[in-house]
Design a binder for this molecule. Structure first.
Ligand SMILES: CC(C)(COP(=O)(O)OP(=O)(O)OC[C@H]1O[C@@H](n2cnc3c(N)ncnc32)[C@H](O)[C@@H]1OP(=O)(O)O)[C@@H](O)C(=O)NCCC(=O)NCCS
Length: 137
């Protein structure tokens, strides 16, 4: 693994455990379940930045590099990649490790999730607004 494992002292946007209900017929975890966890994790950061409702508009550059097993601890780490006018793109890395400590954490997938800040009528609104200083940080 060429990547450095994220510092586990810093909080991931989301941490959960892969359960039997999330497995496919081979006993490995469904990619679709992982993708939904990553969408949720990215949405947490995008919502903080936008300070408004958000909606996922695009998911790009997803790559699954290693399987996740039932019982693994799954952590999604998020980083703002780009803030546009109404959109925020978040890079999400997902790492898994055995909950019993049998192996160290490995990066299992990563992807680029883009969210649009929306108002109550679901219309796009600027991410950076006079009332929203958070997005600039
Ligand atoms: C989100 C939504 C309100 C945006 O409205 P829209 O009229 O399509 O938005 P726009 O075309 O004005 O684009 C909005 C932003 O998204 C960006 N965008 C559009 N398509 C994109 C794509 N394929 N990839 C990345 N960004 C994209 C635009 O560049 C724009 O960003 P900017 O303002 O920072 O430049 C609307 O598309 C929607 O409701 N989609 C469904 C959302 C949803 O239900 N998601 C869950 C899926 S189950």
């Amino acid at each position: 693994m060429s990547r450095e494992e994220p510092d586990y002292d810093t909080s991931p946007a989301l941490r959960t455990m892969a359960m039997p209900a999330h497995a496919n017929a081979n006993g490995d975890i469904f990619g679709g379940w992982l993708l939904s966890q990553m969408d949720l994790a990215g949405a947490v950061l995008a919502t903080q930045k936008a300070g408004s409702r958000i909606a996922t508009i695009a998911i790009d550059a997803m790559k699954f590099t290693a399987p996740v097993h039932v019982g693994d601890e799954v952590s999604c780490y998020c980083k703002v990649e780009r803030i546009g006018n109404t959109s925020i793109t978040i890079h999400v890395e997902t790492w898994a490790r055995s909950r019993l400590g049998g192996r160290s954490a490995i990066m299992v997938t990563e992807g680029k999730f883009t969210y649009v800040a929306i108002d109550e009528d679901r219309k796009p609104i600027p991410v950076i607004r006079p009332v929203n200083k958070e997005a600039k940080k």
